[in-house]
Design a protein around this ligand. Sequence first.
Ligand code: HEC
Length: 665
Amino acid sequence: MSDFKSNNKVVNWIEERLPVFSMMQHSAIEYPTPRNLNYWWNFGSLAAVMLIIMILTGLFLAMNYSSHTSLAFDSVERIMRDVNYGWLLRYLHANGASMFFILVYIHIFRGLYYGSYKSPREILWFIGIAIFLAMMATGFMGYVLPWGQMSFWGATVITNLFSAFPVVGDYIVTLLWGGFSVDNPTLNRFFALHFLLPFVIVGLVVLHVWALHTVKSNNPLGIDMKGPQDSIPFHPFYTIKDLYGIGLFLMFYMAFVFWAPNFFGEPDNYIPANPMVTPPHIVPEWYYLPFYAILRAFTFDLPLLPAKLQGVLAMFSAILILFALPWLDSSKVRSAKFRPLYRQFFWLFFVDCMVLGYVGGKPAEGVLIKVGQFCTAYYFAHFLLILPLLSRIEKPKPLPASIAQPVVKAAALLAMIGFGIAGFGGQAQASSAGMPEFKKPAAAFSWEGMFGKHDQAALKRGWQVFHDVCANCHSMKLVAYRNLADIGFTADEVKAFAAEKEVPDEPNDEGVVNNRPARPSDRIVPPFANDKAAAAANGGALPPDLSLMNKARPSGPYYVYSLMLGYEDAAPEGHPIPEGKFFNHYFPGNAISMPAVISDDIVAYADGTKATKEQVAYDIVTFLNWAAEPELDARKSMGVKVMVFLALLTALMYALKRQIWKDVH
Ligand code: HEC
């Protein structure tokens, strides 16, 4: 029993019956921690913070989400538009998933570099791998929930992998789907499991920390603590260091949430799931890409072992092999600091994983297939050949006698952030390749930049363009007339816009359904009764709903702006355009069914602005951007406040940390 005694009677009363206070005292306050941990040791607690954020935001999202195929997409958009701060919850959650993986990947590579998987920490390491696996399953199922195109097709591709297993494969897939394709039962069970698994992760994290506290933390030198001179109590030394790290991390995370909330997402997922239309390029979320590359690296069928099965087995082995790591690498020295050869191979392995990630995000063609195959082979060679060999031949540098030496000061966190931004920036750039350079308006769009907002005058003009021109063919089903009040129209104007259209009324007392004028609470009334009628009136091509258009195409605003101005009266030489289609420089394939709808003076602006076609294009794109991101202005101004707050808080934590640590160094 512990020697815990408090002055507080209630605390003592509880403590005698359930020793929670002594446990906390033991594991969060006194816990003897190596005094030399560097910033790479921040990522475990950061991941724990992230897990809590995910569970909390997820809980509130679940209160507003509908897991039915016909409601899911719209329920997410309702969260974005009509639930108070729903956009914040969703963006915190969606970007949080990426952050969680960034943190955990860094945490894993930290473990690899410093040999944290070695004796006596094997079970600690196993539990970590289990957490990673559970995270992958959770992330995958979460991505399906918004029921966009990528949700649907990602789910289809990944679940289909199981069909590669002989005999039982098809049975497993049917079982996963709950039917004969990805459909409503699939979505429902994914939602149930997506809600459940995070709590399994919590359980695993408890075990992980329990194992950690049993064997104690590893440290950058990888040598054991030999006595009290080597350790310091967890609190206040590491609590403050963790808090400082959390401040820095939150700034990184919030930068995405408030300024680039769709950075890690795919534009295609803003198109509702459609089993009849396969997107040209199906990619999983970035955090699966290295494994996706391994999956696709196998292209030769062998007897009894078709390529697909090889790929699936390799992909699972790529993770499961981590379980064998403590034995594959049998070197007694833990830290790469004292293993000159291992250190170099560690970095080669790191680069190999990055290249695999890059290859996984690209279409499997040309030289990339070979690169993917080489890197896959190297991935396994690292574990199966290089590590066992190194453990034999490497001559480690002499280990220091004890930990009690200056604490390593690292600018590591900043380096990590830099590398992260660089890596993902490359990824983002790659996704808009293969398109002609987009046209840009003479003056940048008003909402660009850190402080940019939608320009109200342009929004009102844009509505006029939509109303007079686009709305003859396109719907905008996610926006209600009442929303127009947000761009500066008066209540009477909004009423008048609504009243121009009719919608079916409730059945009257005789059961007859009459039409009534639309009200501000109605969604913008579509020009056609249904999609079939809309397509029929447009030569067979359905004019897509414009509510989310700016988010549903790569570089959306620039794309739409360019599309509007990208028509050619006659198709250029060698570009035959089918009957009823028009040549457009920016439309994929160049033959578009939409005629050139804007030209100079196509509208007479109520505010007297001259309606050049560039002006019209600018205004309609501004309006469409508001339709797609009505929260943008609020989001950015909240972002500025949050950042100022976090910067001050982090500075304070840093100062405190300096103060608390000043006698330790
Ligand atoms: C005469 C009917 C008509 C009008 C008016 C019209 N469109 Fe279209 N639009 C279409 C059709 C049809 C398509 C589908 C084209 C295709 O798939 O080939 C389309 C497609 C689009 C697309 C999607 C292109 C893509 O990448 O899939 C955008 C964006 C678009 N229209 C914007 C507008 C805007 C903005 C306006 C108003 C300025 C407008 N449209 C007015 C018929 C129209």
